[in-house]
Structure formats: structure tokens, C-alpha cells
Design a protein around this ligand. Structure first.
Ligand SMILES: Nc1ncnc2c1ncn2[C@@H]1O[C@H](COP(=O)(O)OP(=O)(O)O)[C@@H](O)[C@H]1O
Ligand SMILES: [Mg+2]
Length: 201
């Protein structure tokens, strides 16, 4: 596949959305088509599933299956066609988030997640994953002053701690794909790091 698949990961409040405009602008200046999308969501059906996922309580297995149902639609309708026509795809979250939230924070056994991943994605993986990393308290503080929390954002510090450690574990397990960004710095400094990474890609 010719395109480039970039994913943004990190806890709620880490700063992903804040830096998306910079990332898109910089990538677009290279002249290639850039597709900006997000998970859960990214398609009309996926956005409907997002509403359920972010606001309805459900068993972690149900949650994982719905996430991957949305992801299958997203891949087939948006991501794969874009990569096939040589575009750069930037997705605000992807499968690393499922490992972090459903396995790390909510306890789904890893082998079940691996089965879903294999089934829906086959061998497809992001080319580069930017992990916005902040201490748990920072994430919670930013969320408290930024917005009304969804189901995941309303969880406490222990949930967030499990989330963060699973994200960092994945970054350590896949060092060739992950770029870990210290996002506990002023926005301008984080932005500089993000720009350097994008230019290096
Ligand atoms: N480096 C930073 N320093 C201070 N506040 C930040 C920083 N990055 C983001 N924020 C603020 O934190 C909140 C959450 O940021 P956001 O980009 O929405 O995070 P995410 O998309 O990862 O959940 C927003 O109010 C944002 O302005
Ligand atoms: Mg966001």
C-alpha cells in the first residue's frame, strides 16, 4: 500500500486535538492528499456507534466488539481507499486505544483483542503513532477545566493510570512505530516537537 497511515494516541486531555491543525497543515504543505479522521467514528455509521460507546455503559466485550465494528467500517470506507490512492491518513486514535482502554483499563484479555485486530485489520498497522503522554493528574486537571466528560473521561485516577501504563507498554513494545511526546509542557513547546516529528516523516 502506497499511502502513509499516522495515528494519534494518548489519554483524554493529553492534547491530541490541540495539535491536529498543525499536523494537517504541515502534511498538506507537502502536496499530497491528507485525510483527517477519528475513532471511534470516521464514518456515518461509526459516528452513531461512537455515541453509544462514549455514553452508554456496557460490558467490556460488547464495547470491544462495537469498537471493532466501527473500525471495520472505517477501514473499508475511509482508511484503505485513501491509502490505496496514496493519501496520508491521520486518525485521532486507532487500535492502540482499544488495547489501552479495553485491555489495560477495563481488563479485556489481550488474546481476545488480538483476535479482533487480526480479523478486522489483518497485517495493517499504522506507519507512525504519536503518543501524547502526560501524568495522570495533568490529564484529569485539563479535562476538569476543558469540557463535560464522556463515559471514559469521567473515570477516576486509577483507570487513567492503567490506561497510561498500557499506552507506554505498547510504545516500548513497538519502538519503530511509536514516537512518545512529552505533552506535559507548554503548548508551544509540544507543538515544536510535533512539527519536528512530522517533518522527519
Ligand atoms: N500543553 C498543554 N498545556 C496546557 N493545556 C493544554 C495543553 N495541551 C492541551 N491543553 C488543553 O487541555 C485540554 C484538552 O486538550 P485536547 O487537545 O482536547 O486533548 P485530547 O484531544 O488529547 O483529549 C484543552 O482545553 C487544551 O486546550
Ligand atoms: Mg481530542
Amino acid at each position: 500500500m502506497a499511502g502513509l497511515f499516522i495515528t494519534l494516541e494518548g489519554m483524554d486531555g493529553a492534547g491530541k486535538s490541540t495539535h491536529i491543525p498543525t499536523i494537517l497543515q504541515l502534511l498538506a504543505s507537502g502536496g499530497r492528499e491528507v485525510v483527517s479522521t477519528r475513532e471511534p467514528g470516521g464514518t456515518p455509521l461509526g459516528e452513531e456507534l461512537r455515541e453509544l460507546l462514549l455514553h452508554r455503559e456496557m460490558h467490556v466485550e460488547t464495547e470491544s466488539l462495537l469498537m471493532f465494528a466501527a473500525r471495520a467500517e472505517h477501514l473499508q470506507q475511509v482508511i484503505l481507499p485513501a491509502l490505496q490512492r496514496d493519501a496520508i491518513v491521520v486518525s485521532d486514535r486507532f487500535t492502540d486505544a482499544s488495547y489501552a482502554y479495553q485491555c489495560g483499563a477495563r481488563g479485556l484479555p489481550m488474546h481476545k483483542m488480538q483476535q479482533l485486530e487480526q480479523w478486522v485489520q489483518g497485517e495493517l498497522q499504522p506507519d507512525v503513532t504519536l503518543l501524547f503522554d502526560v501524568p495522570v493528574e495533568v490529564s484529569l486537571q485539563r479535562l476538569a477545566s476543558a469540557r463535560t466528560p464522556d463515559k471514559f473521561e469521567a473515570q477516576g485516577a486509577e483507570f487513567f493510570a492503567r490506561l497510561r501504563s498500557q499506552y507506554l507498554k505498547r510504545a516500548a513494545d513497538y519502538p519503530q512505530r511509536f514516537r512518545v511526546i512529552d505533552a506535559h509542557r507548554p503548548i508551544e513547546e509540544v507543538k515544536k516537537t510535533v512539527e519536528e516529528i512530522i517533518l522527519s516523516i
